[in-house]
Design a protein around this ligand. Structure first.
Ligand code: CP
Ligand code: NVA
Length: 310
């Protein structure tokens, strides 16, 4: 693994395929150790700060538990309880925090704010979800696919739904690892053009492929993996009624998945809305790996923390 010691994780676009593969390998080692009850106290004395400007179950608990399992500690830095909530510049906050703790994980709205934090901090900044990207989720997605399919290269994945943060990170992750990803969204909900271009460039380098369509049936044809996410992301609640109408033909249900390979995997970053983006019969069915996927958040993030902090 090329060293990422001291590095940020703002987007997987900044990590080479070798680094991503190395993180997955490390995650598998840490998962095996965890499952066999072996202690891995390699980050004793290290402190991770956690900032959440949006709700979270998986990200919050897996980062906190992961850091504790590695022998480190966490401090919750609630945005509203800090001077940041009263207008202290993010650049000043970055310079101050850098002298007290060893890394910061932040979940917030604007990706630019996280970039700004990273620019002014001398400690690693980890993106725990912005409106643009969700890289830690994509690492867990890759690990789950590799565990079940034995490889990533040329695995065919269909992402059905909103061209959102989760879709963006999945595109970058798939492109970096040589996967063949088709993203199907309603008209007007396509992924950002600059992310599509970036992903296509990475796919060209890895031998993978990235395509965008408005036809979910076409996307799912012959797929090894079907992925979806909520139609209304955090911060978009006012658009919910319109989105329910616009996405109605994009539900992942038995009829749609019939076009995939028989041994397809269903993935969803969670939380899920049964009856909206996915039918209960699919997410609660035999081909659903969503809880293994959620569990893998812990292991990939521990691998990340070890590689950037140890
Ligand atoms: N998938 C995910 O990031 O979940 P949380 O919002 O619960 O952290
Ligand atoms: N796209 C969703 C993912 C939640 C984990 C959101 O941003 O709300």
């Amino acid at each position: 693994i090329t060293s990422i010691k001291g590095k940020d994780l703002l987007t997987l676009a900044d990590y080479s395929p070798a680094v991503i593969t190395g993180l997955l390998k490390k995650a598998k080692e840490l998962k095996a150790a965890y499952l066999s009850g072996e202690a891995t106290p390699v980050l004793i004395g290290k402190i991770l700060g956690l900032i959440f400007d949006k709700p979270s179950t998986r990200t919050r608990v897996s980062f906190e538990a992961g850091m504790l399992q590695l022998g480190g500690q966490v401090i919750h830095l609630n945005g509203q309880e800090m001077q940041l909530g009263r207008g202290e510049p993010i650049s000043d906050t970055a310079k101050v925090l850098s002298q007290y703790i060893d890394a910061v994980m932040i979940r917030t709205f604007s990706h630019e704010r996280v970039v700004e934090l990273a620019e002014h901090a001398t400690i690693p900044i980890i993106n725990g979800l912005t409106d643009l990207y969700h890289p830690c989720q994509a690492l867990a997605d890759l690990l789950t696919i590799e565990e079940e399919k034995g490889k990533l290269q040329r695995v065919k994945m269909a992402y059905i739904g909103d061209g959102n943060n989760v879709a963006h990170s999945l595109m970058i992750a798939a492109a970096k690892t040589g996967m063949n990803l088709v993203v199907a969204t309603p008209v007007g909900y396509e992924p950002k053009e600059k992310v599509v271009e970036l992903a296509k460039k990475f796919a060209f380098e890895s031998g993978g492929a990235i395509a965008v369509t408005n036809d979910p049936v076409e996307a799912v044809a012959g797929a090894d993996v079907i992925y979806t996410d909520v139609w209304t992301s955090m911060g978009q609640e006012a658009e919910n009624a319109q989105r329910l109408l616009d996405f109605k033909d994009f539900q992942v249900n038995e009829k749609l998945v019939a076009g995939a390979k028989e041994d397809y995997l269903f993935l969803h970053c969670l939380p899920a809305h049964r009856g909206e983006e996915v039918a209960g019969e699919v997410i609660d069915g035999a081909r659903s790996f969503v809880f293994q996927q959620a569990g893998n958040r812990l292991h990939v993030q521990k691998a990340l923390l070890v590689e950037i902090l140890k």
